[in-house]
Design a protein around this ligand. Structure first.
Ligand code: GRF
Length: 195
């Protein structure tokens, strides 16, 4: 099952990959706002639901509502593919160790919602994509895979983010297949996908 908040291009790459002998299917898509990602799900005939923070009295009620909505689809794994909210304690308690996130930087550099402009502002020459398990911190969970992307002198946020997303779309599909097939072993700090 996939959580998303934005244009949903990562979701689209998962939907496109999850056919034939690919070892996972997108059973549902959850969003926290009106966004293109929900429309991609509907277009693909995948159940989509919205759990918006603003529709709940506080973060904790939102956390519980999202946890229940996701639980209803009995997912084995949850992919956060551009979901722009921090998952709450109820969600983490229910799904810990089974949530995969993709982040547009080489963690632990540039965590948070502004990874691409932060990398540009710092002036790094290489950034990239990280796929990791989600823990209760912000982009702190055990790393599953990383791939570098070279920063070009004339990059702006849009051009750099698009090149990173091209990598993210492939890496996420590869990592999800590996985890769905072989699982993941983690001590909470490091994670290994058995060969
Ligand atoms: C990706 O770069 C993801 O890592 C970040 O948001 C972007 C989502 O892209 N958190 P899209 O909405 O799937 O096109």
């Amino acid at each position: 099952m996939v959580l998303a908040s934005g244009t949903g291009s990562l979701l689209q790459s998962l939907i496109a990959a999850a056919v034939d002998d690919y070892p996972a299917r997108v059973v549902a898509v959850g969003v926290d706002r009106e966004c293109a990602a929900a429309k991609h799900a509907e277009a693909a005939g995948i159940p989509a639901f919205t759990v918006a923070l603003g529709d709940h009295p506080d973060r904790s009620a939102w956390d519980r509502a999202l946890t229940e909505a996701v639980t209803a689809h009995t997912p084995d794994l949850i992919v956060s593919a551009g979901f722009m909210k921090i998952l709450g304690p109820a969600f983490m308690e229910r799904f810990a160790g089974r949530i995969i996130n993709t982040h547009p930087a080489l963690l632990p550099s540039f965590p948070g919602a502004h990874a691409v402009p932060d990398a540009l502002a710092y002036g790094v020459k290489v950034t990239g994509s990280t796929v990791h398990l989600v823990d209760s911190g912000v982009d702190t969970g055990p790393v599953l895979a990383q791939e570098p992307v070279v920063v070009l002198d004339d990059d702006d946020e849009a051009t750099l983010h698009e090149r990173i997303k091209t990598v993210e779309r492939r890496l996420l599909v590869e990592v999800l297949a590996a985890v769905a097939t072989r699982g993941v072993v983690s001590d909470g700090r490091k994670a290994v996908i058995p060969k």
